[in-house]
Each structure stands twice: as structure tokens, then as C-alpha cells.
Design a binder for this molecule. Structure first.
Ligand SMILES: [Mg+2]
Length: 387
């Protein structure tokens, strides 16, 4: 059993939207394939992965360093104890050979993307859905029912309150019970008006979360906290710079409701610093680390260990990114749910074709691997890369 090839192609996932910090008009993603010599059900096992939106494709790093380290490692050194499957932890260690600690920049995205493909292959070789494999290995019961919320409410040219309300109404019509909109890309009075428009639209049918994408300095973050606490929000997300833990801690004195952050922290060490210094409250706040941006599931398991050390339940995690990898982790390891972008970042994000959102939840189908084969537009693009 061995990995015979690792392929990567950088694809556009451009969209004319913007948040408070960036626009997505030139956004790209890396699509990767880990090709094995294993055959299951008459077909060669290929694991697939892609990087989560918001960070760019990683072709440079993958082709210069990480691909070769996997292919040059002795094949038997990448297998698990019984030599009947690949070992994601050993493959991870091979990829990170000769990488210094710290500085978790773009490299965590490249490794996270390849790690997704490795886990897809491992679950396919085992012949089961990844979420069931993860639950089994952890000695717990899988729960295929996963909470999902609709992330949208971006700024884009010509979008008025009526269009924003219609967008949110559309998410409710599709079964979501929590919707999210961007703030911080407009003056505070305008954002207040947008928030009130959405709250008037959704009434008691759903709850609203808001996301500042790390835009605010302390003064602005506090001004928004004072404005936002007038409303019953689901959460106030990423107010300040992702690494400014003192700012996050200070805000908790002005905002008694739930806050969320973590999508731009890319390692278990960074997660630990957030819990040490960010003033996050385990009884109400939410953690949004996205494994596809932060060295993959091998590293995410370490992050979950850090959470346990600090008294946090995995159920306080609702990852960023809207991909099926995090859905599997949620269903297998008991996370609180997953983000979802109903109309964006296609064909990568979203659910298998048979899945519907009902009452704010989806039910994971029993597909081998991560489940990409159940999403026809996505698997078509994937197979063009490697099959
Ligand atoms: Mg966000």
C-alpha cells in the first residue's frame, strides 16, 4: 500500500463580494489529490482536498516542498501499525520535516489542504464515512445530525437593505435558523440600520450573528459592542485583529452576549494563546478554528486537546469554512456545528446533493470518505485532476 502521486491545481473561486477587510474578486483555491495504489469497489482510491475560502491557493508551497516530502518518504513509513491503512499523523510528520516551529502563515494552509485529502483516502480505504471512522477511533457515538448556519450578508456594489432582507429570507426558506451578516465595512450608523432591517425581516423565525472580520481597533470595537448589545444577537464575531488577544479580552467587559473568533488562528499553539489571554468565556463564546487553514485534522486534534485542558467542550466549536471536512469532524467528534455559505464558493463548499437543511440542521449521508462523491458538481472537478 502506498501513495503513488500527489497532484495540485490552483482554481479561481472568485466572487464580487467583500467583507470589512478583503474582496473576493481574485480569490483562488488549491484542489489536491492524493493518489494511492489501493483499489476499492473496482476503483482506485484517490483522496481529495481543497483549501478553505479566504486564503489563496497554495500551489507554490505544495509543489516546492510538501508534495515531494510525501512522495520521497519510504512508503512503509507512512502506514499505520497494522500496515492496512495510511497513517495521517505519520504523513503529517513527513510533510513537516525540516520546518521550524512558529510563524504559522501560508504553510498551514498547504498542509491542511493535503491533510484533508489524506483523511479522505484513509476513510475510503477503511470503507466508511470519515465521521464514523473518527467517532470509532475516539470511542464515542457519531451523531450524523449537525447544526449549520447560513453565512452571507456581504457587501457588494448596489446592494441595499431590501436585497439584504431578501437574501436572509431566502436562507430561512431553505431551512436555516441562524443567519450571519458582515459588519464593519460601512459607518456604524449604516450597519445599525442594516442590522435592524435584517432583524425586522427574520423576526422570531431565526437568530442573527454579525462578523467584523477583524476590522476594528479597540475604540471602534467597543463602540460596536455598545451598539450591538441592544440586540439579541447569536454572536459578535472577530471584532479585532485575530492576534490581538488583549483587545478580545477587553471587549468582553463591554459585551455580555456571545462572541466568536478563531478562523484566522492556524495552530494549536495560537488556539492556546487565545484561550490563555483572550478572555473567551467557555459558557457562551464560540471558537471557529478551520482545520483546512490550520494544518488539517491532525493538528485540529491537538487543538481539541488544548481546549480540554482549558475546560472547553468541543461543542463550543463551530468552524469557519463551510466544507464537508468540518461537517465530518462535527458529526464524528461532537463539535457544535459548522458554517455554511448557501450561494458562495461553489462547487467546493456546501453539502452532498441529497442533503437538505431542516430546522437548522443537516443529516450526514453514509458515503465513504469525506463524502465528495455525493456532490456531483464537485466530484466532477476533482476527478478531472486525478482519475
Ligand atoms: Mg468570519
Amino acid at each position: 500500500m502506498r501513495i503513488i502521486d500527489v497532484r495540485e491545481i490552483t482554481q479561481p473561486i472568485a466572487s464580487p463580494i467583500r467583507n470589512a477587510y478583503i474582496d473576493f474578486s481574485k480569490m483562488t483555491t488549491s484542489l489536491v489529490a492524493v493518489v494511492t495504489d489501493v483499489v476499492r469497489d473496482g476503483r482506485r482510491v484517490v483522496g481529495y482536498g481543497f483549501n478553505s475560502n479566504g486564503r489563496y491557493g497554495q500551489g507554490g508551497l505544495i509543489h516546492e516542498r510538501f508534495r515531494d516530502r510525501i512522495l520521497e518518504a519510504p512508503p512503509e513509513s507512512l502506514l499505520d501499525e497494522n500496515a492496512d491503512n495510511l497513517d495521517p499523523h505519520k504523513i503529517w510528520a513527513a510533510m513537516m520535516t525540516n520546518e521550524k516551529p512558529g510563524g504559522h502563515g501560508e504553510r498551514s494552509v498547504a498542509v491542511g489542504t493535503l491533510d484533508m485529502a489524506v483523511w479522505d483516502a484513509v476513510a475510503k480505504i477503511a470503507g466508511k464515512p470519515l465521521f464514523r471512522l473518527l467517532a470509532e477511533r475516539k470511542g464515542r457515538e457519531a451523531n450524523p445530525k449537525v447544526f449549520v448556519y447560513a453565512a452571507g450578508g456581504y457587501y457588494y456594489p448596489g446592494k441595499d437593505d431590501a436585497a439584504l432582507r431578501a437574501e436572509m429570507r431566502g436562507y430561512l426558506d431553505r431551512g436555516y435558523t441562524v443567519v450571519k451578516m458582515k459588519i464593519g465595512g460601512a459607518p456604524i450608523a449604516e450597519d445599525r440600520r442594516r442590522i435592524e432591517a435584517v432583524l425586522a425581516e427574520i423576526g422570531s423565525d431565526a437568530q442573527l450573528a454579525v462578523d467584523a472580520n477583524g476590522r476594528f481597533d479597540l475604540e471602534t470595537g467597543i463602540a460596536y459592542a455598545k451598539m450591538l448589545r441592544d440586540y439579541p444577537l447569536f454572536w459578535y464575531e472577530e471584532a479585532g485583529d485575530p492576534l490581538d488577544h488583549a483587545l478580545q479580552a477587553a471587549l468582553s467587559e463591554f459585551y455580555p452576549g456571545p462572541m466568536a473568533t478563531g478562523e484566522n488562528l492556524f495552530s494549536h499553539q495560537d488556539a492556546r494563546n487565545l484561550l490563555r489571554y483572550g478572555g473567551m468565556r467557555p459558557d457562551r463564546d464560540w471558537l471557529q478554528f478551520d482545520c483546512a487553514l490550520s494544518y488539517g485534522l491532525v493538528e485540529y486534534l491537538r487543538t481539541l486537546d488544548v481546549l480540554a485542558q482549558f475546560g472547553w467542550s468541543p461543542s463550543r466549536c463551530i468552524p469557519h469554512g463551510g466544507h464537508q471536512m468540518s461537517l465530518n469532524i462535527a458529526a464524528g467528534l461532537g463539535l457544535g456545528g459548522n458554517e455554511s455559505y448557501p450561494d458562495l464558493f461553489q462547487p467546493y463548499g456546501g453539502f452532498p446533493d441529497s442533503v437538505r437543511v431542516e430546522g437548522g440542521h443537516i443529516v450526514m449521508p453514509d458515503l465513504p470518505g469525506i463524502g465528495f462523491e455525493g456532490k456531483s458538481d464537485l466530484i466532477k472537478v476533482m476527478r478531472q485532476l486525478a482519475e
